[in-house]
Design a binder for this molecule. Structure first.
Ligand SMILES: *Cc1c(COP(=O)(O)O)cnc(C)c1O
Length: 360
């Protein structure tokens, strides 16, 4: 059967060559006589996979030496709790920049553990932009400042990071990790769920500056405690071995294609095809303030729900799946992560043009 172009926000497309490799290795991994799914996480055969995944990820991301990289279960959402449980233990105040639904959810979770100050928010503007950092009200002795680097649902991204001085910056990069250069050294902690740009769902990759370890709340569960996980190679319990293996395959695929710089260039070219079309369209409209447009999630509407619905149907008929927007925004959203080929964008704008002609 022919594969479709899957514009899902996550889980999302994985390159076919990566899936083929996983399929070919599934029953017997190399000469090991067993599947990755059957390997003990403590065995040397699995530790080789783990070490390769770790080294490749660090190389692609340019992770500095003074950071630990952890593979953690519970996806990005468990890190919404892990961040305060590991860091909100000094002044017990943290600053959150509310740039979208996931930032809002992270702030709501953190309120269970201390005082959350919303330093800036674009919620009242339905998150069509990144909040103004110049007028943000930061707390001088905050335990950390929290941002979401790319807003998956609203289709915006940071174009500059807040300057937080000595207060550690924490970033959720779930939807733009490995898609553009990110200077890890600007962050105390940066993490991402794996199901958008790195493989299957259920895991997060987290980078933490080593001097921020050792601060966890005594009530922090040990699987959530970064210090304990760092001391135990993310294996305080059985890790998601298959997701770690898939991260390795995705990183190998990315490296062979020129790594993050090559994907950044490709992603810019892909996004431009769609934004250029939207800017010239009389029917479709991108609601986001231009300078904050995401390269990974492109939202657009016709302004008429019946037309939106008809367009989504037409896309499905043409092998363009999951183009319906998030319920908070309506309309359409094209998630165009690293594994979405340029042909998917070309086909999408061709279908948009045809729809526009028929609905003028
Ligand atoms: C998808 C996403 C999440 C949630 O990820 P889960 O793995 O489902 O917990 C959190 N933050 C951002 C920015 C996301 O895009």
């Amino acid at each position: 059967m022919e594969r479709v172009y899957n514009f899902s926000a996550g889980p999302s497309m994985i390159d076919e060559s990566v899936l083929q490799k996983a399929a070919a290795e599934l029953v017997c991994y190399g000469d090991k006589g067993m599947s990755v799914l059957e390997m003990s996480h403590r065995s040397s055969m699995f530790m080789d996979i783990y070490n390769e995944a770790l080294a490749l990820f660090k190389e692609l991301m340019g992770v500095p030496e003074n950071y630990e990289v952890l593979f953690l279960q519970g996806g990005a959402t468990l890190e919404f709790s892990a961040v305060p449980l590991n860091l909100m233990t000094g002044s017990r105040v943290a600053d959150y920049i509310d740039s979208g639904n996931f930032a809002h959810l992270a702030a709501e979770e953190a309120k269970k553990y201390g005082t959350v100050n919303i330093a800036a928010s674009s919620r009242a503007e339905n998150y069509v932009r990144i909040p103004d950092l110049k007028t943000a009200k930061f707390t001088p002795n905050a335990d950390y400042v929290y941002i979401t680097t790319n807003n998956t649902i609203y289709g915006t991204r940071y174009i500059e990071l807040p300057n937080t001085g000595t207060v550690p910056l924490v970033g959720d990069a779930s939807s733009n990790i490995l898609s553009e250069p990110i200077d890890v050294s600007r962050f105390g902690v940066i993490f991402a769920g794996t199901q958008k740009n790195m493989g299957p769902a259920g895991m997060a990759v987290l980078m933490v500056r080593k001097d921020l370890l050792g601060k966890a709340d005594p009530l922090c569960p040990k699987v959530v405690d970064w210090t304990i996980q760092a001391k135990n190679e993310s294996m305080i319990n059985t890790p998601n071995t298959f997701a770690i293996y898939m991260v390795k395959l995705v990183c190998e695929w990315m490296k062979a294609r020129g790594g993050v710089p090559a994907f950044y260039e490709y992603n810019q070219a892909k996004a431009k095809i769609l934004y250029d079309y939207l800017d010239g369209s009389k029917l479709f409209h991108n609601p986001v303030v231009k300078e904050y447009r995401s390269l990974m999630n492109v939202t657009f509407v016709t302004g008429d729900e019946a037309k939106d619905e008809a367009f989504v149907k037409m896309c499905t008929k043409n092998g363009l799946l999951n183009i319906k927007g998030h319920r908070n925004v309506g309309g359409m959203r094209a998630s165009i992560y690293n594994a979405m080929p340029v042909e998917g964008l070309q086909k999408l704008v061709a279908v948009m043009a045809q729809f526009e002609k028929e609905n003028a």
